[in-house]
Ligand binder design. Sequence first.
Ligand code: NAD
Length: 531
Amino acid sequence: MATVTESPAAAVTQLPEFRNEPVEDFSRPEVRERYLAALAAARRELGKEYPCLVGADNRERRSERKFQSLNPSKFSEVVGVHQESSPELAREAVTAALKAFESWSRTQPETRIALVRRAAQLLRERKAEYTAWLTLETGKTFPEATGDVEETIDFAEYYARQAAHLFLHPPKMTQMPGERDEFRYIPLGVGAVIPPWNFPSALMAGMTFSAIVCGNTVVLKPSSDSATVASKFLQILDDAGIPKGVVTLVTGGGAVVGTALVDDPRIRFISFTGSKAVGLEVHERAAKTQPGQKWIKRTVLEMGGKDAILVNDDADLDAAVEGVAVSAFGYQGQKCSACSRVIVHEKIYDQFLAKLVERAKKITVGPAEDLANYMGPVINERAMKKIQEYIEIGKKEGRMVLGGQQVPAGGYFIPPTIIADLSPTARLAQEEVFGPVLAVIKCKSFDEGLAIVNNTEYGLTGAVYTKDPAKLERAANEVFVGNLYLNRKCTGAMVGAHPFGGFNMSGTDSKAGGPDYLLLFTQGKSIGRKL
Ligand code: NAD
C-alpha cells in the first residue's frame, strides 16, 4: 500500500494554487511511442475477468451471469469480462458502504484530502497505461483519452482544494452575546454514483472524488460500456491507500443494479450523469419515500444536450468553421457538450457551409489507437444503429451535404455527417443524436439566431461567433445554457475555469469543477454554544 504523506495537515494547508494538468504532446515521437507501448501491454491483458468489489475488505464478488465490454474500434476484441450483479448484491454493497461511512466520515479531512491527491499522483505516474484502457474500451483517440485522464487529475486536485476550504476554514459567524457560534460542513452518508461511458474516467472519478473527499462513502455502478476503466480506477484508489469499503464497485445493468441503488432507502444521495430519459427516471424514483427511509434523497442529475453554435454574418468564418468542426466531430460527437446544431446567418450560409464541408472531408475515421485518425468509432452497435436511423430521418428532413463516406470494417464507425437546410423544429434539430451528425439551420438575423439557439428543451453548452461586442454581450445575457462560449468551440470545459452543468432538461446545473460543487455532498450544521 502506498504511504500517505507524513503530516497530512501540513501538506494540506500548504497546497499550491490549482493548475490544470499539462496536456500531452503527441507530436513528440517519444510520447507516441510511450502510449503505443502502453497500449500493447494492455492488449496482453484483454479479456480478463474483473470482480465486483464489495465490503470493508473490498471482497471480490462474482456472479453467475457475466457481460463483456468490447473494443468499439475492433468489436472482435473483448476488453473485459464483468459481473452482471443482482439487486441483492447492490443492497449488500450499500450495507458495506454504510459500515465504511462510520469510520471514513470521522477521518480527518486532511487525511481524506491527502489520499485523494495521492490517487491523482498515481494517475499522473500511470497515465499512459490507464489511458490505453480508455482507448481500447471506449474508442477515444489518444488525445481525447489523455484529455479525459488529465481532467480526472484536475477534478481530484480541484476538489482537494475545495475540501480544504470547506472543512479546514469554516466561515466566521456572527457571534451572539455570551455564545460561541460556529458553522460546520459534514458529509451526507452513502451515495450511489452512476456515471455514463463517454467520459469513462473523468466523470466517474470526478463524481467519486467529490463525494469521498467530503467524507461520504460511495457505491459506484459504472456504465457497462466502460466497466474495465472503472475496475482499473478502483485499483488506483486501493494503491493510493484509500481504505477499502470507501468506494465499492458493483457492475451490471442500469435497470437492475442502478434501480436497486436508487430505490434503496439507505442511499442518501445519487450522483448521476447520463441521458435525459434515465435522469428523469432516477429523479422520480428517488423522490418516492421508501419504507424505513429517514431523509429526502438528494439527487445531482446531469443529462443530455442539443448544443448549438450561432455564426453571425460578421464572424471570422475560418475560426467558426474550425470551432464547429472540432465541437461537432471530436470524439465522434459523443460529448454532452458537442455541437449538434449550427445556426448560420443567411448572408454567409452558403459560404460557411461550403467551407465546413471541405474541412469535415479532411477528417480521418478509423481505429482510435491509430494517431492518424481524428475520429474513432461510436461506442456500441446500438448507438451505431440509432445514429444511422437519425441520419435517415435527417435525409428526409433536410439535405445531406456530407455523409456516407467509406469507413473501415470491423468497428462501429460512422463518418462525419452534415445535414443542411433543416427547420429549427425538425427532429434532427431538437433530439439528442449523440454521434457525428451535425444539423445546419439558416437564420435571417442575429435575433432569430438567438431564438433558435434557445428553442430546444435542453440548455447545456453553446457558442456564438460574432465580432460585434454588443452582440457578444447580448449572447452572454440571452443564450440560456449552463456553459456559454464566445468566439470559440463549445467543447473542452476546463476544471476550475468552466464549471460544468446545464439548464432545463440538461440537468440540475450542479457545476462540476466549480467552487460550489462540493456543497452538494455535504450538509451544514450550525452550533450555538453558551459560554
Ligand atoms: P445512460 O442514461 O444510458 O446511462 C447512464 C448511467 O445510468 C449508466 O451507468 C447506466 O448503466 C445507468 N442506468 C441506466 N438505466 C438506469 C436506471 N433505470 N436507473 C439507474 N441507472 C441507470 O447514458 P449513457 O449512454 O451512458 O451516456 C450518454 C448520455 O449522457 C448522453 O445523453 C449525454 O448527453 C449524457 N451526458 C451528460 C453529461 C453532462 O454533464 N450533462 C456528461 C456526459 C454525458
